[in-house]
Design a protein around this ligand. Structure first.
Ligand code: 2M8
Length: 442
């Protein structure tokens, strides 16, 4: 296979992002995901920040323009005249169903992990190397956007962690971003659609033309049914947290949230925007929440809130504590050793020593199927950031090199088969290109 140089990979990645740019937003992928996704937008902004801090900020501004009245940031913002994607705006019926949904934008009614503040901090850092006028413009716009991120964080702290345990509650596997991960197999076993429920047509299979890399039909019926349940609960958190048949504490999103609160506080501090104590308080609360689920190796667990039981699956989410921070030095060492061990990046059969989404030693591991085994570029980036935040710079640097090398195939696939390095899923996927830009740096 021909490999691109660092400069070539950056140029190709920039070209991909330009090709997927629709003016004020970037589609997650042109055919499979022809709209804006919340955490994709954050990763895309991180990549764009390497090209233009101003354009990167536009990405977040567009996403937050669709924020709901209660502070929720929807996981999809639909574009007009895009190729078919199901569930589309009619299925969600958010405007007709919730008083909080905005009038001016068609959106879904779920959330995704709150990576946005990590992106905002990187945009502010990037703005420092802009010329004076560019820097002033970006900083003025960050001042306008920042309160919206604060409202988003307040929504998550108040409505998705109502009892203050420091873990975010999700109502759907899609809210984790890791849709069909084995993390959710146990809770999904209790999701049973009503007899007579008619699922919609799957657009993903037609767009991809490959069933073995996507969730199964049985999974999809449940995904659709949960949307129906959420709609019946009128997207009301009070009702949803009592009635939904999927209610789980997502430890990985909680760790991201801990880090995001620190970054939002840092932006606030640098620009004199206030609320830093509140944000650092959330960071501490969620750090404790994550740590409370860890085992003797520092490996974290989700919690099934319907039964209050820990879900101890061997997925990448177990490394949450790298992002949240707070492990003592000995357990942090053990967690990094585990990450580099044959159960994970050190598996001798891997094409590249990068973390697979599920451990190859787990019984649920499936090398080609979506979140059940493949390696995902944005996950590599999160683990790298986690290692950096934890002061594990050598391990971070090694992973950074390999993660970039994987992307020098120039395909920017959505995910990669871990043993063959075969590009899988949609391509070119915007977040993979964005991750490449960030890894190249500069
Ligand atoms: C995937 O999720 C969407 C539903 O939200 C789908 O399968 O249609 C996930 O990989 C998710 O993490 C990602 O944000 C989204 C767009 O890339 O695709």
């Amino acid at each position: 296979m021909n490999r691109l140089s660092r400069a070539e990979v950056a140029a190709r990645a920039a070209e991909v992002l330009r090709g997927n740019d629709r003016g004020l937003h970037t589609v997650a992928a042109p055919r499979l995901y022809p709209h804006m996704w919340s955490w994709d937008a954050a990763f895309i902004a991180v990549g764009l920040a390497r090209m233009s801090a101003s354009r990167a900020l536009t990405e977040l501004e567009t996403l937050f323009a669709a924020q709901w009245g209660n502070g929720m940031v929807p996981h999809i913002v639909f574009s007009a005249n895009a190729p078919l994607y199901e569930p589309g705006p009619d299925r969600w019926a958010s405007k007709e169903t919730s008083p909080h949904a905005p009038d001016h934008a068609a959106t879904s009614g779920l959330i995704q992990p709150p990576v946005h503040a990590l992106a905002l901090r990187r945009i502010l850092d990037a703005a420092r190397s802009s010329d004076a006028a560019g820097r002033r413009d970006v900083i003025a716009r960050i001042r306008i956007l920042w309160p919206k991120l604060l409202t988003w964080h307040r929504y998550l702290a108040e409505h998705r962690d109502a009892d203050g345990r420091g873990l975010l509650m999700i109502y759907h596997g899609w809210e984790s971003g890791m849709d069909n991960s084995p993390r959710w197999d146990t809770p999904y076993a209790d999701v049973v659609p009503e007899p007579g429920f008619r699922p919609f047509r799957r657009s993903d299979l037609a767009a991809l033309g490959e069933q073995s890399q996507r969730p199964t039909d049985a999974d999809y019926v449940k995904y659709q049914w949960l949307i129906e349940e959420l709609r019946q609960a009128r997207y009301d958190d009070e009702l949803a947290r009592k009635s939904l048949s999927f209610r789980v504490a997502d430890v990985f999103a909680s760790a991201i949230f801990a880090a995001a609160n620190e970054d939002l506080a840092r932006v606030a501090d640098e620009l004199g925007l206030g609320a830093t104590d509140e944000l650092l308080g959330y960071a501490e609360r969620f750090r404790r929440g994550v740590l409370g689920t860890t085992d003797e190796d520092g490996f974290a667990a989700d919690v099934d809130l319907r039964t209050d039981t820990a879900l101890r699956t061997k997925t990448i989410a177990g490394f949450a504590a790298l992002l949240s921070g707070g492990l003592d030095a000995e357990r942090r060492r053990r967690l990094v050793d585990l990450l580099l061990s044959p159960a994970w990046c050190g598996n001798p059969d891997l094409a590249y020593p990068l973390p697979p989404s599920t451990s190859p030693e787990a019984p649920e591991f499936d090398a080609a199927r979506y979140w059940r085994g493949p390696q995902w570029p944005p996950m590599n980036l999160l683990i790298i950031w986690g290692l950096e935040r934890s002061g594990e710079h050598d391990a971070a640097e090694r992973l950074r090199e390999v993660a970039l090398y994987q992307l020098t195939d120039g395909v920017f696939a959505e995910y990669y088969e871990p043993f063959t390095a075969h590009p899988l899923g949609s391509r070119p996927q915007s977040w993979s290109a964005a991750v490449a830009l960030d890894l190249v740096g500069g």
